[in-house]
Ligand binder design. Structure first.
Ligand SMILES: NC(=O)c1ccc[n+]([C@@H]2O[C@H](COP(=O)([O-])OP(=O)(O)OC[C@H]3O[C@@H](n4cnc5c(N)ncnc54)[C@H](OP(=O)(O)O)[C@@H]3O)[C@@H](O)[C@H]2O)c1
Length: 299
């Protein structure tokens, strides 16, 4: 890899995966995380250097990758005193990998550009484990001059694709991928429930669906989770999916697109959360549909 110093801000599941792959390639990595213990843990594991603040990290890195959860965390980490844009000196490339609304991606681009830096919005799709093993999917948009460097760094996480010059377009494509993925997961859970409700063995039903013309990459990859949702690792909790659905339906209303299936699923997910299924993985949505409490509000 080109001789460059890369910073990673936010050591949640995606940030940690990025640090591990970069360090394993011999890249010099600096890390910052709000909870310092996580930074020290990653430093011990990978040899990364720990920065005391986002500003300190930005000062010593050529490229800064930001992997935070939510707009509030992202906005303050860039803009507050001691934040990423606080006195960085010479030009940097900022790459934001979070899941943000299209308008938020443009807002970040404007702040970063006002500081004299380049910006790319590059949301990631895929489970953290897939991302760590290079099977994620990254769609980047923004300053085209940053694309070769971003591709070099982020192709470590999986397939890297350039969407265009407007960072909002990468945000829209990420929401689009989420919409299709959630719909596929919910329909799969319903289909399995239909078969098992008729007395067909769960494993047999899933094996047949995998072989059928209706199969999907998601069903194949998450086969074990659909088979036994309760004992599988939670990859995409229902409560997290509602937040993303809020972005999807809000944006659809803004641009006048009809998403009736997404809105119906939000209503069902909201009932599932009220019944205590919020922390459960979406593959367990079928369990909620079989729960007698799920039937009370539906006809
Ligand atoms: N996990 C996935 O499956 C997945 C897949 C694709 C994309 N993504 C996206 O990638 C981004 C990161 O996701 P993740 O799963 O890595 O998140 P995560 O594991 O929940 O970690 C969240 C990160 O954000 C930091 N954070 C939260 N609130 C903060 C605040 N107010 N100020 C400063 N830092 C704050 C946390 O710091 P602390 O350690 O101090 O709490 C942590 O570093 C999100 O936008 C997510 O939508 C996630």
């Amino acid at each position: 890899m080109t001789d460059m110093v890369v910073g990673v801000v936010g050591l949640g599941r995606i940030g940690r995966a990025l640090v591990k792959v970069l360090a394993s390639r011999g890249t010099e990595v600096h890390v910052y995380n709000r909870t310092a213990a996580r930074s020290h843990e990653m430093a011990e594991m990978t040899g990364a250097s720990v920065a005391a603040s986002p500003a300190e990290l930005a000062r010593v890195c050529d490229v800064v990758c930001v992997c935070l959860a939510g707009w509030e965390a992202t906005r303050t980490t860039y803009l507050e005193a001691g934040g990423l844009l606080d006195d960085t000196g010479s030009e940097r490339l900022f790459i934001d990998l979070g899941t943000l609304e299209p308008a938020q991606a443009r807002d970040l681009r404007d702040h970063v550009a006002a500081g004299g830096h380049r910006f790319l919005f590059a949301p990631v799709s895929g489970r953290p484990l897939d991302v760590e093993e290079g099977r994620g999917f990254v769609m980047a948009a923004g300053d085209p001059t940053g694309i070769p460097l971003a591709s070099e760094i982020l192709s470590a996480l999986g397939t890297f694709r350039h969407v265009g010059d407007d960072p909002a377009h990468a945000a829209v494509m990420k929401l689009t991928v989420n919409l299709l993925a959630f719909a596929t997961m919910c329909a799969t859970a319903e289909a399995i429930g239909l078969a098992t409700g008729a007395g067909i063995d769960r494993k047999r039903a899933i094996d047949l669906l995998v072989e059928s013309p209706a199969t999907s990459a998601l069903l194949s990859r998450r086969r074990e989770a659909f088979l036994d949702p309760e004992s599988s690792e939670v990859q995409g909790p229902i409560e997290m999916a509602i937040k993303v659905y809020d972005m999807i339906t809000g944006f659809a209303d803004e641009v006048g697109s009809q998403v009736p299936q997404a809105k119906a699923t939000v209503a069902l997910f909201t009932q599932a959360v009220a019944a205590g299924y919020g922390p459960r993985d979406i593959t367990g949505f079928g369990d909620f549909l079989r729960d007698p409490r799920s039937a009370t509000d539906r006809t």
